[in-house]
Design a protein. Sequence first.
Length: 443
Amino acid sequence: MPADKRPISLRIALAQSPGVLRLALVRFTGQFGDGMFQAALSGAILFNPERETDPLAIAAAFAVLLLPYSLIGPYAGALLDRWDRRAVLLVANMLRAVLIAAVGVGLLAGAGETPLLLLALAVVGVSRFVLAGVSAALPRVLDQHWLVPANSVLATVASACAGVGAAAAVSIIGLIGTGDFASAIAVGVSGIWSVIGAVLATGFGAQVLGPEARTSARDSVVRAIATGLHTGAKAVWGSIQVTTAMLGIGAHRIVFGCNTLIMVLVLRQAPTDSSGMNNGLTRFGVAIGATAAGMLVAALVAPLLISRLGRPRTVIVGLLTAMVVQLALVTPTALAEAGPAAHRAHQLLLAGAFLFGLAGQTIKLTGDATMQINVDDTRRGQVFALQDTVFNIAFVLAIAITALVIPADGRSLAVVLTGAGIYCAGIVAIALNSRRARVAGST
């Protein structure tokens, strides 16, 4: 980048790049709708008095139903490096709107948990695909110099959008009343934002979002899909910094899955207040808000850490922070008895949600910047899709395994300490991975 352009502020850089603003709006509308949808789904299944669903069975269902997308994700990601990403964003948003509408109809019809979860998790899968497409397209509309701060700004606003969307869904359910009908209304409203995202995507010209190299041969597309996992994994392994980012993301998502199940089980013990609003859902909304607030702070902290420590050390700092939080703030939940001690433990758990949001988003922002900078455009979509697969597989397997050993009240010291151990293992793995650079430098 020419030296005379570097002093330009990020605000001016974004204003001079209308493609960035439109791409950001595609992300913001999608994440607002995602926040609404996920909160409404929680109200419909996890905290709905009409559905006395065993939370362990729900955790297992999430794991089983999401694994197929996790395995297919890298292959589908190859399309981001072969097809016009503008068309992908358009079609994916419309598909998400249709799936959300189907979930709403299912709720109104009183469908069982399994078909609802199957549809809902398809929505989640498409959402992750949209986010991967947006991330892969960002370097096409913004200079590399601004990728780290832009990622932080976009993640800040996107996290706020998701949090506000979740609050909107909780408010709708609170006004109408708990039950399938209220959740169906909230789900239906969330689908509007996918339609808006699709309309915004039509504003891009063909090929503006990449990829650079395209082929019209049909068999090459099929081959790219069939080899997507291998290609993405090879690209990750080829860059030590990208491998470090992926290790950090995977370790955090494993523990985050365990802690999510702990939080759901603990909050389900909360009684329903006299107004009929389920305290469990309200407190779950507070936990989501606390996590989102931590992610907002991460958007300010991550660029500072990256500029001073570098990307690999920033990932390690995020893992160390999360490990301390796991030991200091989640452990009391497993040890506290009923009464005031349990109430204090719940408050610590909410504080932990904020700090996990801060640490996890710092790792994620660092990983996004690393993949955008260190991976070429022809393979960037596959790497981001592989990252989403790491997110999903780590998350759902953690929930599934935890569901087999954790008691119904969510109190398990062994699970909490195992989470801390996983963070420690992630740090060790990163240290071993960094030795590849020293070995390569000495040869």
